[in-house]
Design a protein around this ligand. Sequence first.
Ligand code: NCD
Length: 285
Amino acid sequence: MHVVSIADLSDEAIVAILDKAASYGTPERSLAGKIVCTAFMEPSTRTRLSFEAAAHRLGADVIGFSDAATTSGTKGESLEDATRVLAGYADVLVLRSPEEGAAARAAKVSPVPVINAGDGTGEHPTQTLVDLFTIRQALGHLDGLRVAVIGDLLHGRTVHSLVPALRRFGTEVVQVPVPGMALPDHLDAPHVTLEEAAACDVMYATRVQRERFGGKDFQASMDAVTINADLLNRTGSNAVVLHPLPRVDEVADDVDDLPSAKYFEQARNGVAVRMALLETVLRAP
Ligand code: NCD
């Protein structure tokens, strides 16, 4: 069972993972003897370390790399060959690549499950599980909610997995893009102002992915998408504020202490959710 796209998980599978993640108490060792390989060819803090913490909590061993410069990729080895080799060393491959479609290519040749930990501007399905979990934890359910996605919605892969998943669970999505960075056509959603977004149940902020488009000038447009305490107070907003992190200017520090700020909890939830995903993937027939 590969998890390349959020579409690879049925609604029932998603709910089962969220329920499982909510049920962890003391660490279990259900994956003792298994080896998880984290193959990260692009910078990461949360995704890699929460996968590794999840693996350790379940008693699995971890191998991997966090910098492609230390691998044979620099000698010209193809992703397919690297995948076949790593699959001989581990029971599951957690792969991050700067290239869209990399996880799908790896999944094609891998005899062990491949989990997409982010493929360029493609998808980030495990972040979506964390996001759904956090929304459900904060608001109790997903159906009937309104979620505003904000920021760089063109290059940001987290929303490319999150938006279709939210819709599957009956959540309405609206967008506040940085100008020129709206959701791709196949995910299109109504445009609203930041003030209108503040009336939603959730404001989901994302970072401008400057490394993916050469960092052309966008700073002047940031005001239109920056969430700060003044905006939330002025609009009387009750919105839960989420961000996959890392943040730069999208959410001001003065939001951090408000009860609606849930982004650090969201990051913390990464461990339980990835524990549930690893167990699901490694126990699936
Ligand atoms: C995101 C990513 O890598 O896509 N981070 C994460 O996994 N939590 C978001 C980002 O880099 O902006």
